[in-house]
Design a protein around this ligand. Structure first.
Ligand code: MLT
Length: 262
């Protein structure tokens, strides 16, 4: 792990392996550790790069609002800092997917292929955005346990809660270690993220859309529709997984990533 100056922010980054760069971008309110199964499983064939986004893990925190566009630009600055000039495979989960859309739209030449895991293209409804802003205030006032309590029961498939409770507990601990300012800033950023549905037809790189069959946050039916609107996308559903499919079923997800990334 190392802290790398990327534009005006220092990002913590884990790097392993050689080959085409595979950038793994975590969801809210997590960090690079959710990709351990991919770091271990894919570094034999890719240069795996798993950063903590601004405000998460041990990266610098910016209070206020951190937009998805800002996070995408941070990642472009990170690639500059790592002297990566070749187009990369960008893989983002959920909030990491919101960042992926912005990266693909703002830094098109840097993207060879796109992997969207358990994510959405639409913006928040006004009620959902208001709910996020309220949660941001509560997290600042009361701490990160609010975020852990509301989110952890929604993240996983029923089988994961029963058969892999260690994953559930580890995820909860990751959320509890976060800084309230980082969580609140990302909530504000997600609340104001744009709807990218009308732009999907322009994102014409080879793309893979991965969704856990029990994902209730970004359901398979919605992700299948996103894939249908992209010119070169394939949709795949992962059995016995919820919203955290790469963490819940790393082997199945890695097999799909390999088919696209190589
Ligand atoms: C995530 O996993 O990143 C979040 O569920 C995204 C969201 O709250 O929209």
């Amino acid at each position: 792990m190392s802290l790398i100056q990327a534009g005006n922010v220092r990002l913590n980054v884990v790097e392993r392996g050689r080959g085409t760069p595979l950038l793994l971008v975590h969801g809210y309110p997590l960090d690079h550790s959710m990709w351990q199964g991919q770091i271990d499983g894919l570094a034999d064939s890719s240069r795996v790069i798993a950063p903590d986004l601004r405000g998460f893990g041990t990266s610098d925190v910016t209070a206020g609002t951190v937009t998805m566009e800002q996070m995408a630009d941070d990642l472009a600055a990170l690639l500059d800092a790592l002297k990566i000039k070749v187009p990369i495979v960008f893989c983002g989960l959920s909030m990491g997917g919101y960042v992926a859309w912005q990266f693909a739209l703002r830094h098109r030449a840097r993207v060879a292929k796109l992997i969207l895991c358990d994510t959405r293209a639409v913006a928040d409804s006004s009620e959902a955005a208001a709910g996020r802003r309220k949660t941001a205030e509560k997290v600042l006032a009361e701490g990160t346990s609010i975020a852990a309590e509301s989110l952890v029961p929604k993240l996983f498939a029923p089988a994961t809660y029963q058969e892999q409770p260690q994953i559930v507990e580890a995820t909860k601990q990751v959320i509890l270690r976060k800084k309230p300012e980082g969580i609140a800033a990302a909530l504000q950023g997600m609340a104001e993220r744009p709807d990218v549905t009308a732009q999907l037809s322009k994102i014409d790189v080879p793309a893979l859309l991965i969704c856990g069959e029990h994902d209730g946050i970004s359901p398979p039916s919605e992700m299948r529709q996103i894939a249908e609107q992209m010119p070169r996308a394939r949709f795949v559903q992962i059995a016995a997984a919820g919203h955290m499919s790469p963490l819940e079923q790393p082997e199945a997800v890695n097999a799909e990533i390999r088919t696209l990334a190589q």
